[in-house]
Design a protein around this ligand. Structure first.
Ligand code: GDL
Length: 689
């Protein structure tokens, strides 16, 4: 008898364990049974406990969800479920009926039960119903039977859950599975509220974070959604998913999810790259992350990154993963072992078939073995969806610099010494990519290589073109005219029709990750000083113009806080902060601890000041796409106001300023305040301190 899977309740403490592992939930070719079994072994070795079976393009998971499994398929699934058990991995069988199910038809509910009963008969005891990526409009029969789509989904899910005997693990994936899908937002989403209120408490809910592919998942965002869902979500993490772009692969570490999240979540399942073998890093680093707060203590004091997260350093986790992965690359997966050791290591052999060249013969082909640096470079080139690795960024920056500083004349002597030295360094970096490619293609483990092959070939060609271009700029190599027009081979114009379309779009190139790296933006929050007055005014005017531009016919009601932003009223001492990025001041927050005097001319009822004596105003330029710096800035301001003895603070917002209304709403603490006599276009939001 195998031990119970480890997501089940701990028999000693009775508490449910953190769900951790992998969801095979991507579009495209599903993994093979052999790969899945391999996955279970790894999960067990690395301390992960769950596998969610949800391959989007498997016939009987989604498109033909009603069809029962044939005897042959059943045999395979039974073996797979047994393999998961043998490795102490909880196998969760998911089904996606949402493409065409009629929720109100009892025959449909019966079909769903029949299918899941069949899988239960295969030895599976954990289940999941997925309603992601489906049409949200209900058919007329369902519209008659249910008051909303959420009600329909909840009804069928609760019924199936009870039919299966309330399994210990049962997951539900909502249609609005990330914040960006919620209307108008998470805290006001009626869909999520219905799910949270009516889904039976034993059912857990999947959530991908702020977006489908979330760059950052913050603690605040999880607290917000948990309060609506009335339970901690299980993260379905698409950070390493690559099914949306055939040129991208993600071999960077699990990152930008603070470990403080762990106690606030029910679990994390990563939905990684479609290619099985390159997921080594994705899964290994997730396992390291999950270990970070076992028992609430750092597992390995060495792992933490003092600056960022004391319990987990993505860089160190990556190094650990790559070191282990290298061993796997070097172990042959070919029957009989296909690896040829370098000739000088070959023992003299009497075996007729092993050829040893004679003195005048061609020497045998030898390739150097793959190194850890090769894998670090590979990871840097195929890092994460919102971030290139360090070397990749350097290469792009250098190419950019070399282009910009190349003189019109094309001879080498025209170039400065700096240009030449940087061009030589760039060439060296390109050569390292070629060498990495050569050593990878010699690696004994062919399965890993074949999964990587298209990607490394692609990057080798891309880098090769850039290299030739820099040679041309330096007056070496063929003139660029020849590079561009001389009847090139097809690899000279890459990307096919899709590439053609992309290059024709006006935004082509605007999203270069290295020019707008979301992660490398560094913000500084500092106290306001009188010299900032002009900058604050400038930002205020700029944002006011932007709002007027959106609704030009509306004359704007003057706000008390406008006086603060324009510098007509000075903020209270210590109650003003400035947000700066590399380009300069990009936001501010100002307050009056006692706003009553400033509001004297306005007819605001006294009750507002009784509950919220202080006034705050905040502006942030739209170039600050990351909401956290502004949140932190206002957090600092509120704590200063609190220490001044104030009970609460309010802000005035224009109804058409959706951006700032959204900002304050997402802070969570500010709530709309009813104020008698307020002009219609003004909204007041307040927070108690
Ligand atoms: C999605 C899909 C998922 C897909 C991923 C990345 C969820 C819940 N569903 O929206 O199947 O692999 O995006 O493209 O994430």
């Amino acid at each position: 008898m195998s031990k119970p899977a480890s997501t089940k309740a701990d028999p000693q403490t009775g508490t449910r364990r953190f769900i951790s592992g992998v969801v095979e939930g991507f579009y495209g070719r599903p993994w093979t049974m052999e790969q899945r079994t391999d996955l279970f072994k790894r999960e067990q070795k690395w301390g992960l406990n769950t596998y969610l079976y949800a391959p989007k393009d498997d016939y009987k998971h989604r498109m033909y969800w009603r069809d029962l499994y044939s005897a042959e398929e059943a045999e395979q699934l039974i073996a797979l479920i047994a393999a998961a058990k043998a490795h102490n991995v909880d196998f969760i069988y998911a089904i996606s009926p949402g493409l065409d199910v009629t929720f109100s038809n009892p025959k449909e509910v019966a079909a769903l039960k029949r299918k899941l009963d069949q899988v239960k008969g295969f030895g599976c005891s954990s289940f999941s119903l997925l309603f992601d990526d489906i049409e949200t409009e209900m058919c007329s029969a369902d519209k008659e039977a249910f008051s909303s789509f959420a009600h329909a989904q909840v009804a069928i899910t609760n019924e199936v859950y009870q039919h299966l005997g309330e399994p210990e693990t049962f997951l539900f994936c909502p249609t609005d599975y990330c914040a960006s899908f919620c209307t108008p937002n998470v805290s006001q989403s009626s869909y999520l509220h219905t799910v949270g209120d009516q889904l039976l408490p034993g059912i857990d809910i999947l959530w991908t974070g702020p977006k489908v592919v979330s760059h950052i998942i913050s603690v605040e965002s999880i607290e917000e959604v948990s309060s609506v869902l009335k339970r901690a979500p299980v993260i379905w993490d698409n950070i390493h998913a690559n099914d949306y772009d055939p040129q991208r692969l993600f071999i960077g570490p699990y990152k930008d999810r603070p470990t403080e999240l762990i106690p606030k979540l029910r679990g994390v399942l990563t939905n990684p790259n479609c290619e099985f073998y390159p997921n080594y890093v994705a899964i290994h680093t997730l396992a390291t992350w999950c270990k970070a707060t076992a028992d609430g203590r750092p597992m390995d004091v060495e792992m933490g990154d003092e600056q960022q997260d004391p319990r987990y350093s993505p860089q160190k986790a990556l190094n650990l993963a790559l070191t282990d992965w290298l061993k796997e690359f070097m172990s042959t997966d070919q029957p009989g072992g296909a690896h040829h050791p370098p000739a000088h290591l070959k023992k003299e052999s009497s075996d007729e078939s092993s050829y040893v060249p004679g003195p005048g013969d061609n020497p045998l082909y030898t390739a150097e073995p793959l190194t850890l640096d090769d894998l670090k470079l590979l990871s840097d080139l195929f890092y994460l969806p919102y971030e290139y690795g360090h070397t990749a960024r350097t290469m792009l920056q250098e190419l950019d610099w070399l282009k910009k500083h190349s003189l019109a004349a094309t001879t080498e002597t025209d170039k400065t010494a700096e240009w030449c030295s940087r061009a030589a360094q760039f060439d060296g970096m390109c050569e390292a990519v070629v060498q990495m490619f050569n050593r990878l293609s010699n690696a004994p483990n062919r399965s890993i290589l074949y999964d990587l092959y298209n990607y490394i070939c692609d990057i080798k060609s891309g880098v090769g073109l850039a290299r030739a271009y820099v040679k041309t700029l330096g007056g070496r190599g063929p003139p660029s005219a020849q590079l561009m027009t001389d009847d090139p081979e097809p690899w000279g114009f890459r990307g096919g029709l899709s590439g053609e379309f992309q290059r024709m779009l006006p935004c082509h190139g605007n999203r270069d990750l290295f020019k707008h790296p979301p992660m490398t933006a560094v913000y500084c929050i500092r106290p306001y000083c009188p010299e900032d007055k002009m900058e604050v005014q400038r930002i205020f005017r700029e944002m006011q113009r932007a709002e007027e531009g959106k609704a030009p016919s509306m004359t704007q009601t003057a706000l008390i806080s406008d006086g603060l932003s324009k510098g007509e009223i000075p903020p209270s001492p210590l109650c003003a902060f400035i947000l700066e990025d590399e380009m300069g001041v990009c936001g501010y927050t100002l307050a009056l601890t006692d706003a009553k005097a400033a509001a004297a001319k306005r007819e605001i009822s006294d009750s507002v000041f009784r509950d919220f004596p202080s006034l705050v105003t905040t502006q942030v330029l739209p170039r600050v796409t990351d909401p956290s710096p502004a949140r932190r800035m206002i957090g600092q301001l509120l704590s200063t106001i609190r220490s001044s003895g104030s009970k609460g603070a309010f802000c005035e917002l224009r109804q058409n300023d959706r951006r700032m209304i959204d900002f304050y709403t997402k802070l969570g603490s500010f709530k709309p305040v009813k104020v008698a006599g307020l002009p219609q276009d003004i909204l007041v939001m307040g927070t108690s301190l």
